[in-house]
Design a protein around this ligand. Sequence first.
Ligand code: PLP
Length: 450
Amino acid sequence: MQTRTWNAAELIRKDQAHHLHPLSNLYRLRQQGPLVLVRGEGAWLWDAEGNRYLDGFAGLWNVNVGHGRRELAEAARAQMEEVAFVPTFFGLTSPPTIELAARLAELFPDPINHFQFTSGGAESNETAIKIARYYWWLKGQPERVKILSRQMAYHGIAMGALSATGVPAYWEGFGPRPPGFIHLTAPYYYRAGEGMTEAEFVAALVRELEETIEREGPETIAAFIGEPVQGAGGVVVPPEGYWPAIAEVLERHGILLILDEVITGFGRTGTMFGMQQYGLSPDIVSFAKAITSGYLPLGGVGVTDEIFDVLSSVDRMFMHGFTYSGHPVACAVALRNLQIIEEERLPDNAREAGSYLLSELSELLDRPYVGNVRGKGLMLLVELVADKATKAKFEPSFQLASKLEQATRTRGLIARCTPEGIVLAPPLIITREECDFLLEAVAGALEDVL
Ligand code: PLP
């Protein structure tokens, strides 16, 4: 393939002058500039100076089929040539949007059979929360508005999703959040389960949920929202028995379960959806990211037959939606992307490559600064500690994160380095050789820095 040449210095200068980056350290960007990535193929990315990197974070946990898939470009082009935009408001729609909803009804376990689309994860969670409240409102229980969430949860940064998010760093400086969002303890056994067996820890979390419901009053709670495996908050894999026990309590109190499958959906944990890992049957699911493998922005929610029946049994407008809900080009790309995920059995590869990476990364546990290694499929984290006995964190932790980021990049790996450690979530097409490259880069970067 003919590759373009780029003027890296000029691109960096323009970016520093004009681009206000999201979720970035703006102060550091002014001094150091961005990393400009110009090309991708498979699990690899190239920067403007021609350096190659393994994409150890699959874009933002989303490029499941890998970079440079011509099939997806062709699907977008074909749909743009037919008709690029048709709204889904006011009873309009187009074939790709219809076909995608029907395909998702086949893919999601019953009774999740009805879908509305958005442009991403935060919009999907806003939609899920509003549908939960609207459902209760239509059922004559308008006081059911509270949302139970968890610490370390990441549900996006729009105001409702942000309020469900349980990482205070995302709240600071952005003023008051709406009331009615309650954060329970995360199922983070490594720290919150200190001194307990896993079973005791699960029992304590269930007790906390029961007590919270009792204190608030079940008749005031609309829904519980949770990621099957918490991602951005720190790859929190729940202990055995956690989800079934939580789901049982919610069901007993008539509280809806919203599963946020924005990261876990479409293969990443080793099954098509995270809910299948834990035998869950949610009332509402939200998804985004890998539904298009990031080739175009698209998200959505799925609801059960029961919720759909309630929403569609009144002769009134459903006053919620976004201009780009069900964008035909994004839906056409999603359909083709889902076909690739199935044909290439990418959930199976996520499971196999994930368990290989988990077992190899666990070898790092004999280093004095590796406190915990955990993961599910291709969502993995190497947690770093200054002292293994006390589990004390390195301070200031953002400095360690930034040094590790540099060290992994120097070794040709793009990984997400956070105050907790190194997060890995490569594309699901990753090969054994690429896994070995990633492992060597992680081990080497840790040696370079610590
Ligand atoms: N939910 C989860 C679990 C996520 O990981 C993310 C983003 O990382 C979101 C929601 C928000 O998605 P978006 O950034 O597309 O709004």
